[in-house]
Write a protein that binds this ligand. Structure first.
Ligand code: SF4
Length: 384
């Protein structure tokens, strides 16, 4: 009886025949795998990036780096990683920190649930007494999925766990000419099984790093330079002319538009902020009073705007100034069209119900979304 992995491989080989690579049927499956990983590792030894988290076997540092690098390019994440590890050199230091400080260090990276989960999981690890080792145990940490668990277990402990991220989907789908969707359960299973078969069991960490770097540096999403690729003689997508269409995705990301008008309120030396709650974006970060409307607000719209009246009803508004209109802030599933108004109140002792009154000069002590940081810089004319 054939095992699942062999069936998968026969399936892959059939696809290779379809794309005109019949010679693979004549060779052994293990030869194909060895050839792929040998070439990949040789490429990595020559071209791979030297990064601080690759110099360590500490699962905590690897976990932090991999969490930062989800949804973030290495060039952007590098400085964040160094700052984070410098402030929280071990899991205990992170567990003891206040959440606001963790979020402040994460400010600007986006996808803030990553930071909240890191913090919660650090407390969990401290409660357990040690960092988990087996992939199934690592995956029980908050925010840790298959990819991060495989990265930690292979890089820190040398376990043969294959990483499968966007880079890996791209390389495998193109090299093998796989037309499976990468965003369906069935497609994910196929790619995960293939990746598990391909990983070099003797050098899992190096193999994983190699395929991730290869996807990030050589087999890039658009217009890869296939003429200089180590696989130019055997890549199915190149032979079939499908490089630009692979990997296949079934679902298109739906992007919605939202209209935010932020009120930078001044009452003497004070301003007002609040912590965002609920399941919306930027949870637990701070922001100025916000009016969310179905379209952009102009300065002349404010006095008649019900949300504005409800916010400032009973207070003496001295002046209203539109500081910055029409800023487009793009997130993965939303485009925020944002404006910032400066509102001056006559009474320096005024309070805004539901908001924290702070000295404007203390603003940079609070973790805020990048959009708010930009607005604050504009109104103050200073960078945070
Ligand atoms: S030949 Fe082109 S598409 Fe194929 S693996 Fe290399 S870079 Fe990617």
């Amino acid at each position: 009886m054939l095992c699942a992995a062999t069936i998968l491989w026969l399936d892959v080989c059939k696809r290779l025949v379809i794309v005109g690579r019949k010679h693979y049927f004549c060779g052994k499956i293990t030869d194909i795998m060895n050839d792929f990983s040998e070439k990949l590792i040789a490429w990595y030894r020559k071209n791979g990036r030297s990064l601080p988290w690759r110099e360590t076997k500490d699962p905590y540092k690897i976990w932090v780096s991999e969490t930062i690098l989800q949804q973030t390019r290495v060039a952007q994440g590098y400085a964040y990683y160094l700052r984070f590890i410098s402030r929280f050199p071990d899991v205990g230091a992170l567990a003891r920190a206040e959440e606001d400080e963790v979020m402040r260090l994460w400010q600007g990276l986006g996808y803030y649930s990553r930071a909240r989960n890191l913090h919660a999981a650090a407390k969990d690890i401290v409660a357990r007494g040690c960092f988990p080792v087996l992939p199934e145990e690592v995956k029980t940490l908050k925010g840790v999925g298959d990819y991060t668990a495989a990265a930690i277990c292979s890089f820190a402990y040398g376990l043969p766990c294959a990483v499968v991220d966007g880079n890996v989907y791209r390389v495998l789908s193109r090299y093998f000419g796989l037309d499976e969707f990468v965003d369906t359960a069935a497609g994910k299973k196929t790619f995960a099984s293939l990746a598990d078969e391909l990983i070099d069991k003797n050098r899992p960490a190096e193999y994983n790093q190699a395929i991730m770097d290869f996807g990030a540096m050589q087999c890039v999403p658009s217009s890869p330079d296939c003429s200089v690729c180590i696989f130019s003689g055997s890549c199915a997508a190149l032979q079939k002319g499908t490089v630009d269409v692979l990997p296949l995705k079934k679902h298109k990301t739906k992007v919605s538009s939202r209209y935010f008008s932020y009120m930078y309120v001044r009452a003497g030396a004070y301003t007002f902020i609040r912590r965002r709650e609920g399941k919306d974006i930027w949870r637990n970060l701070y922001e100025f009073p916000l009016l969310e409307t179905s379209g952009e607000l102009r300065e002349e719209d404010l006095p008649s705007c019900p949300e504005f009246r409800s916010l400032f009803g009973g207070l003496q508004v001295e002046s209203v100034r539109l500081v910055k209109p029409g800023v487009k802030h793009v997130l993965s599933h939303q485009v925020i069209h944002a404006s910032c108004f400066e509102i001056r109140l006559s009474d320096s002792a005024a309070e805004l119900p539901g908001f924290i009154r702070i000295l404007a000069g203390d603003f940079d002590k609070f973790p805020v979304p990048r959009l708010i940081s930009r607005f604050f810089s504009l109104v103050l004319g200073s960078e945070i």
